[in-house]
Design a protein around this ligand. Structure first.
Ligand code: ATP
Ligand code: MG
Length: 225
């Protein structure tokens, strides 16, 4: 059974896909059968232009792009609204079996969240499905991706506290688009102090490779139980 890692973001556009692609690339280059999965994606005109397409192009994984995403919507809005506009409501059972299927083919699967911590995938009068439900169902170690930009302390601490309040303990933080300097260094120390979580890695602006070796990266993946 494969091991997985859930990549949660402090919000949309924070770099979940960019970081996921570098994680998968790092593992593929080290000889792992490494794959990627995103339950629901919105705002991509085609699969090749989607997050899955980016990960496929950057990482060199042998996985077919079609198996990387269960629900793909073209409209650039929250998945719950895209589903309402386009049809194709997400189902947790479909997501769980797609992920389980990938786990039979792959050794290490990187799972990208949609948006930030609070992301509705279905929000209809008779049925709701939140990203939180997906995280709770897959039972994977969760890493939080954030930048170290102004405002990031607030986003990281709120996300960690909301996750903890819902029974999800984050394993650590990955800083993306890291530039260093007095403010970013201090923001990182404050994130660690206020959450008690370690910063596990720093991905620089324009990074072409994950900055840590595959032995370290692979140790973050855990078994879904
Ligand atoms: N370290 C980086 N260096 C350069 N560009 C980056 C970096 N991280 C992210 N970007 C760019 O920022 C944009 C947003 O990144 P990305 O698509 O990874 O965000 P996301 O969190 O996955 O967003 P979404 O919520 O839509 O899935 C992309 O154009 C991406 O190429
Ligand atoms: Mg993305």
């Amino acid at each position: 059974m494969a091991k997985g890692l859930f990549i949660l973001g402090t919000g949309t556009d924070v770099g979940k896909t960019y970081v996921s692609a570098l994680l998968v690339k790092c593992l593929v280059e080290a000889g792992y059968q490494a794959g990627y999965y995103k339950a629901a994606q919105s705002g991509a005109a085609s699969l090749s232009e989607s997050d899955a397409g980016w990960v496929k192009a950057v990482s060199g994984t042998k996985q077919e792009t079609e198996s990387m995403v269960s629900y793909s919507y073209q409209t650039p809005v929250s998945p719950h609204l895209a589903a309402r506009l386009e049809g194709g409501y997400a189902h947790l059972s479909v997501i769980q079996s797609a992920f389980a299927g990938l786990c039979r083919q792959m050794e290490l699967v990187t799972v990208e969240g949609s948006g930030g911590m609070i992301c509705p995938l279905v929000y209809e009068p008779n049925r709701q499905l939140m990203l939180l439900d997906v995280i709770q169902a897959l039972r994977l170690p969760v890493l939080l991706v954030s930048t170290a930009a102004l405002g990031s302390i607030n986003q990281v601490v709120l996300t960690a506290q909301y996750a903890a309040a819902n029974g999800i303990s984050l394993r650590g933080i990955l800083i993306n688009r890291y530039h260093g300097g007095r403010m970013e260094e201090d923001n990182c120390r404050m994130m660690e102090t206020l959450t008690g979580l370690p910063i596990l890695g720093y991905v620089a602006e324009g990074a072409k490779a994950f900055p840590l070796p595959a032995e370290v990266v692979s140790s973050w993946y855990g078994a879904a139980d």
